[in-house]
Design a protein around this ligand. Structure first.
Ligand code: 5GP
Length: 196
């Protein structure tokens, strides 16, 4: 896509990270509803078990470990990492075509993946979502009903380490009030689309 000056414009790559239960998926869902921002989401691949109400190819591409490893070997991933005992990765095919069309692409990925992409220099902006406190995080995870006691403990234990990584991000938002948090993120990313 060309910008108004006839120069090629590649849509921005926006990373959103935050501990499990910080509410980042809900924030991303809300962001995508605003059609004044040409933003699309890249569907990741994972070896995690599919949850009730999740759809293969929509929420994730649910692959077994062999398939995931084969795709790693053939260079299909922009980044990948082991998170809470499962593999997750961003597919090049989900990102590049959208960006070349001029759309912004949002990646909801963990701190390791964000670090890998940062090293490539491809990142446009990164956002870290912080829960108001750990009790809120736990309450969200429990209310979601997707975790066993074991995986819940694993996710909460990682949260502290993940929060320490927030300094690496361009923007931090506390997800206390959903509407306010969404507006803050919109205000932060809108200028990226004005560079067209
Ligand atoms: P969940 O199992 O709750 O869907 O996701 C667990 C964690 O994996 C979240 O922190 C999420 O951001 C992260 N994640 C999801 N997709 C990717 C990905 O493609 N790459 C990396 N590195 N992390 C991901």
């Amino acid at each position: 896509m060309l910008n108004s000056k006839g120069k090629p414009f590649k849509g921005p790559l926006i990373i959103i990270s935050g501990p499990s239960g910080s509410g980042k998926s809900t924030l991303v869902r809300e962001l995508l509803k605003d059609k004044s921002i040409p933003l699309e989401v890249a569907v990741s691949a994972t070896t995690r078990k599919i949850r009730q109400f999740e759809v293969d190819g929509v929420d994730y591409f649910f692959w077994d470990k062999d398939k995931f490893k084969k795709e790693v070997a053939s260079g299909s991933f922009l980044e990948w990492a082991e998170v809470y005992g499962n593999f997750y990765g961003t597919l090049v095919s989900e990102v590049e075509s959208r960006r070349l069309r001029g759309a912004g692409v949002v990646l909801e990925i963990d701190v390791q993946g964000a670090g890998q992409i940062r090293k490539t220099g491809e990142i446009s902006k990164s956002i870290f979502v912080v829960p108001p406190d750990m009790k809120a995080c736990e309450a969200r995870l429990r209310a979601r009903g997707t975790e066993t006691e074991e995986t819940l403990v694993k996710r909460l234990a990682s949260a502290k380490k993940e929060l320490e990584q927030s300094v690496e991000y361009d923007f931090t938002v506390v997800n206390d009030d959903l509407e306010i948090a969404v507006e803050k993120i919109k205000g932060f990313i809108r200028p990226l689309f004005l560079e067209r």
